[in-house]
Design a binder for this molecule. Structure first.
Ligand SMILES: Cc1cc2nc3c(=O)[nH]c(=O)nc-3n(C[C@H](O)[C@H](O)[C@H](O)COP(=O)(O)O)c2cc1C
Length: 184
């Protein structure tokens, strides 16, 4: 199972649409599960008394069940949205992401969003995730690419989104194919 985590809490989010589309086009045999708890997570408290808050326990359960995690996040003020950084802070010191294969999609146009990606890479390094750079991809999206069902309409995006998921799982299994066009 690949857990999909969007860094946007905005209704109509392009990042959320990208991951919802990944879920919709998941190749057969690959389960992509949506993580929907970002806005419910309380602010991280170091050395918080156990048991952790229910939303944090739910996050831990889903991370623990995941074979890999795929992120897609906007950039806010040159870095990650605070809500996504907060989620990641809850995993510091818990081992939830330790050695967990992880990758991200960037839907910002070239020249935008690189601060968010750089911070994500850095934080995932701190928590010991296994960043799969070959599965990371930039697939630019605009709000007009999203249909009324909240999914991306463009066939090219849908094909690349499925390929990202397939590659992330294949790399984990050590059977990666060759990179395809549009995905670095
Ligand atoms: C508070 C805030 C800060 C932002 N800061 C940046 C930024 O530093 N760099 C950037 O490229 N875009 C920035 N943006 C634009 C968003 O990254 C962009 O609108 C993105 O598409 C939002 O993602 P979403 O559609 O998934 O919500 C900012 C947007 C907001 C709301």
């Amino acid at each position: 199972m690949v857990l999909l985590i969007s860094g946007s809490t905005r209704a109509g989010s392009t990042n959320t649409a990208a991951l919802r589309t990944v879920q919709a086009v998941a190749p057969s045999g690959i389960e992509a599960r949506w993580y929907g708890g970002l806005a419910e997570l309380p602010a991280f408290v170091p050395e918080a008394p156990e048991p952790a808050p229910p939303a944090v326990l739910r996050l831990r359960e889903q991370l623990s069940a995941a074979d890999a995690v795929l992120f897609c996040t906007p950039e806010y003020a040159g870095t990650l949205p605070g809500s996504l950084k907060n989620l990641l802070d809850w995993t510091v010191g818990t081992g939830d992401l330790y050695e967990k294969p992880a990758a991200w999609l960037t839907v910002a146009p070239p020249g935008r969003g690189d601060g968010a990606a750089a911070t994500l890479a850095s934080v995932l390094g701190y928590v010991g995730a296994e960043v799969d750079e070959a599965s990371c991809a930039r697939l630019p999206l605009s709000r007009t690419d999203i249909g009324e069902d909240g999914l991306v309409v463009a066939p090219a995006f849908r094909a690349d989104a499925g390929e990202v998921l397939r590659r992330l799982v294949a790399n984990r299994r050590g059977t990666a194919g060759r990179p395809s066009a549009g995905i670095h």
